[in-house]
Write a protein that binds this ligand. Structure first.
Ligand code: GLN
Length: 604
């Protein structure tokens, strides 16, 4: 089946394949040989998916597109201050090969015109046993699909005819923008322009820039994170020669074109686009490439300044402990108190990238909740990234809440956990999961509102089991005499998923949890029982196999009603059986009610 995305590219290909506008570059003789009919379009998504139509695997020389990435390497080698002192970032409004340098300093206007690109080349260091061109080649290859080679013919051809670029080189030397004889730098620049790429390589380079410098195909870091915005910045303002202003107005994507017929465009955070078609328009941009990008940006709504692309608030939903609780079952009287004061514990589920604009509504909510709550839990399970600004603000608000007696904890932080601790959130503010966080907050709340309540339920006699609360002494005695007692060490399995359900368990000592197995040794905690409670009744009643594991989380003692005993009780003491069934029915009602409240809170 053809994806609708590929379909869009096909339509564009069909629309412009027969376009005769533009002329293949011929000022470098070797480039004049390019076939004007070659045409390819590729989109690479931030997660590395490729959509390709046409001649996307045909190799051609990268030319000026290399300038954008080489600028990234120069920044990595020399730092922003130094590079800015040599090369400006102002659009020149002139042709790519203009000999235009700022009158006072002699600094090129920007790194996207030849003067700036040659100066950039001069900033790149030969190091780690590699020459400049080897370093440039490796750097660009890291951003591409694979290792890039130099087209020796194109290189020689440009080197033999590149008198104008040589003139620029000597001008730069004259102004001390480059400190050495420009010969080697110029040869490096010519070779850099002659690196062979495919349209797919361009799209992947774009996706790498869109992906904070990580190449989504190799999964490796290719460009240092801190310079990605510098590279995209000059691409946005200067990438399309003296058509840059019009381009950003109409297409709205940082981009760079080359006289080989390539265009690389980036939608930051989302995708990269590569288009290849050799005939160039008057500004030196691929004629088909421009049309394709304009249509693509309009049809897929890719313009960077399109408000529909604004990230959504990070607050996914919010509920309190009157609605949703930890999986631990509490005795009814305690549970009622918990629900009564439950609005003092609030959970905020977060989502997406946390950056100033998405996180600000969360901050607003935290400030508001500070007036009502004692505990706030931030659930990070759907958080995709956390930027430095959000971390700083989170830490600030954490401290402020602390000062007014509100405890802010985070759960499911996963890969963001380290960043949260480094931002200054104490280790006691991080919980593995929401259940553990809720449990801790519930304990703290109960300790406050029910100071006499004992968190660890003590052992109970059979009469203390809720399921038998309607039984008289004779009935209890009768059961006492016949029920088996079973003990389990912490970690031992009491009930196994899939097993036959012919026993009902009354917990007289310790705690046990119900685990729904998720595969790969992972499980989800469904319930936690403590002494006085019972489990295993559902499958016991309807005879289906056990649907979850029950595991002792402390040493456990259980009393067990087997099916044979239950049937026997039914025959000899029908009243007793009715009492037990009645109690089970009440408990099931209770749980269903709780579940309904939870479901409606979680759906809102
Ligand atoms: N190598 C070419 C030059 O310097 C690159 C120019 C371009 O792609 N615009 O002339």
């Amino acid at each position: 089946m053809k994806s609708p995305v590929t379909q869009v590219l096909h339509t564009l290909y069909e629309r412009y394949a027969s376009l005769k506008d533009g002329k293949v570059a011929d000022y470098i003789p070797e480039l004049a040989k390019a076939d004007p009919n070659l045409f390819g379009i590729c989109i690479a998504t931030r997660d590395g998916n490729l959509y390709e139509v046409g001649d996307t695997r045909h190799k051609f020389t990268i030319q000026s597109i290399s300038k954008a990435l080489a600028y990234g390497l120069a920044l990595e080698d020399r730092g922003e201050e130094h590079v800015l002192s040599k090369i400006g970032v102002e659009p020149s409004g002139e042709a790519f090969n203009a000999i235009s340098l700022k009158p006072q300093s002699g600094a090129p206007f920007n790194p996207m015109i030849n003067a700036g690109a040659i100066a950039t080349c001069g900033q790149i260091l030969a190091k780690d046993g590699k020459s400049r061109i080897e370093r440039i080649r490796d750097y660009l290859s890291q951003c591409a699909v694979g290792q890039l080679d130099i087209d020796q013919e194109v290189y020689r051809s440009e080197s033999q005819t590149g008198h104008r670029n040589r003139a620029i080189g000597w001008m730069l030397r004259n102004f001390d923008i480059i400190q050495e004889e420009p010969r080697d730098i110029l040869e490096t620049y010519f070779q850099q322009c002659a690196l062979k790429v495919t349209c797919t390589d361009l799209a992947v380079m774009g996706a790498t820039l869109a992906n904070q410098g990580f190449n989504p195909i190799s999964g490796e870091r290719a460009i240092a994170h801190e310079y990605v915005d510098n590279v995209l910045g000059v691409m946005a303002s200067c990438g399309m020669y003296d058509w840059s202003g019009e381009w950003i107005y109409r297409v709205g994507l940082p981009a760079k074109s080359g006289v080989g017929g390539g265009i690389l465009a980036v939608l930051p955070g989302q995708l990269g686009i590569g288009v290849f078609s050799p005939p160039l328009d008057e500004q030196g941009n691929s004629a088909r490439g421009i049309k394709v990008c304009m249509d693509l940006a309009r049809e897929l709504s890719l313009h960077m300044f399109n408000p529909s692309a604004v990230p959504q608030p990070a607050l996914r939903r919010s509920y309190n402990a009157s609605q949703v609780n930890s999986r631990r079952r509490l005795p009814p009287a305690i549970f009622r108190e918990l629900r009564r004061y439950g609005d003092r514990i609030r959970v905020l589920e977060l989502q997406g990238p946390l950056l100033f604009s998405t996180f600000e509504p969360v901050i607003r909510e935290l400030v508001k909740q500070a007036a009502y709550c004692q505990h706030i839990i931030l659930n990070f399970s759907n958080v995709f990234s956390v930027d430095a600004v959000s971390l700083r603000m989170l830490h600030q608000v954490w401290e402020q809440l602390h000062a007014v007696g509100v405890r802010l904890t985070c759960c499911h932080a996963g890969r963001h956990g380290q960043a949260l601790s480094e931002a200054g959130l104490g280790d006691d503010a991080l919980f593995a999961n929401e259940d553990a966080a809720l449990e801790a907050c519930e304990d703290a709340l109960l300790a406050r509102v029910m100071p006499d309540h004992i968190p660890q339920a003590p052992p109970v006699p059979l009469s203390g089991c809720a399921l038998l609360s309607g039984c008289d002494e004779d009935e209890l005695q009768l059961l006492e005499d016949q029920m088996e007692t079973r003990s389990f060490g912490a970690g031992e399995t009491i009930i196994q998923t899939g097993g036959r359900a012919d026993e009902l368990f009354l917990l007289t000592d310790g705690c046990a949890e119900v685990r729904l197995l998720l595969g790969n040794n992972r499980y989800q905690r469904l319930d936690v029982f403590s002494s006085g409670m019972s489990f295993g009744e559902l499958a016991f009643l309807d005879g289906s196999p056990r649907s979850a594991d029950v595991v002792a989380i402390s040493p456990v003692t259980c009393r067990v009603i087997g099916r044979a005993l239950f049937d026997e009780v039914g025959r000899q003491h029908p009243n007793l059986k009715v009492k037990i069934l009645n109690e089970i029915a009440l408990q099931v009602c209770d749980r269903l009610r709780q579940a309904n409240v939870e479901i409606s809170a979680l759906r809102s």
